[in-house]
Design a protein around this ligand. Structure first.
Ligand SMILES: Nc1ncnc2c1ncn2[C@@H]1O[C@H](COP(=O)(O)OP(=O)(O)O)[C@@H](O)[C@H]1O
Ligand SMILES: [Mg+2]
Length: 281
């Protein structure tokens, strides 16, 4: 196909040989299937900041580190240079997360780097070479649902062990191949120790995944994996292969008020930002 403008620099640099076809175009990015030598890969082209939706919301950005103070000052001031730096930081967050998670034993597409706002990664496929389906599009037995849920809870634990919370985990950001679930879509991943929103984002991730698998495996209903995982994390007892039960005994009944207030405040901020963007547009 005709090369999309944003991928041309990668062709010029010899990173990509040919764009085969578009795979998906969403609110945040357009994804293409590309050929690099004799390998078929996937290229994710990030949309400009102004066209993106919720994932740029301020509470995802909290605690993100930049390389130096000139960058930080420029980003605060909102100069052109600052906006470019912010954009680069956003785009690099996903490739950084992919490298960290692959190292931590979480199944993610193998990353090949991010160049000019284009992330090159492995195309996840099933045995016949077709692109792997989203979790949302596969039918499951209750046994498969239980098994995949356990794998994803382990991935959530492994992510938190290296300090990351996905922040947008759902049946729409998990691919499934013969070997099980593969986690995708990480530009909004948050740094658990530096971001005060990490606890409720982890709870939202875990609860969405659990609610989805509970449609096939009702035994998952009423489990408390998010609270269990967070309590272990706060106690410094979270290990990559920790055995989870889904049970949690809450002996500090009032301790969650803070979290609830943050959820409300964050929702309000997102709404305010959305309105602001609509006004700006
Ligand atoms: N590595 C990959 N292998 C196969 N399909 C992918 C891969 N990455 C993304 N996709 C497909 O592209 C879609 C959009 O990618 P995603 O990273 O979720 O971006 P968005 O922010 O647009 O949701 C996914 O829902 C999935 O269908
Ligand atoms: Mg997605």
């Amino acid at each position: 196909m005709k090369t999309p403008k944003r991928i041309q620099p990668l062709i010029d640099d010899g990173l990509v040989d040919e764009v085969l076809r578009p795979l998906m175009s969403g609110k945040e990015a357009a994804v293409y299937i590309v050929r690099c030598g004799d390998e078929i890969r996937c290229a994710k082209v990030y949309k400009e900041a102004s066209q993106r939706s919720f994932k740029q919301a301020v509470h995802y950005q909290e605690g993100r580190k930049v390389r130096n103070s000139r960058q930080a000052r420029a980003m605060e001031k909102g100069t052109r240079f600052g906006r470019d730096q912010q954009e680069a930081a956003w785009q690099n967050a996903e490739v950084d997360a992919l490298y960290r998670l692959a190292d931590a034993g979480v199944r993610v597409p193998k990353p090949y780097g991010c160049f000019d706002g284009v992330l090159l990664m492995e195309l996840v496929t099933v045995e016949d070479g077709q692109v792997a389906p989203l979790l949302n599009d596969v039918a499951l037995s209750s046994e498969e649902a239980m098994a995949q849920h356990a794998v994803l809870m382990n991935y959530v634990v492994r992510m938190l062990c290296v300090g990351l919370v996905h922040g947008d985990l759902s049946e729409f950001n998990v691919l499934v191949d013969e070997a099980g679930p593969v986690i995708i879509d990480l530009p909004q991943a948050v740094d658990a120790s530096a971001n005060n929103n990490a606890q409720w984002m982890l709870a939202r991730d875990v609860d969405r995944i659990t609610a989805y698998y509970a449609l096939y495996a009702p035994a998952l209903e009423g489990t408390q994996y998010a609270k269990e995982i967070w309590a272990l994390y706060e106690d410094g007892a979270l290990l990559p292969d920790v055995a989870l039960t889904g049970l949690f005994v809450d002996n500090t009944p009032d301790a969650d008020v803070d979290t609830v207030l943050r959820v409300i405040q964050a929702a309000q901020e997102e709404e305010d930002e959305r309105r602001q963007r609509m006004q700006d547009a």
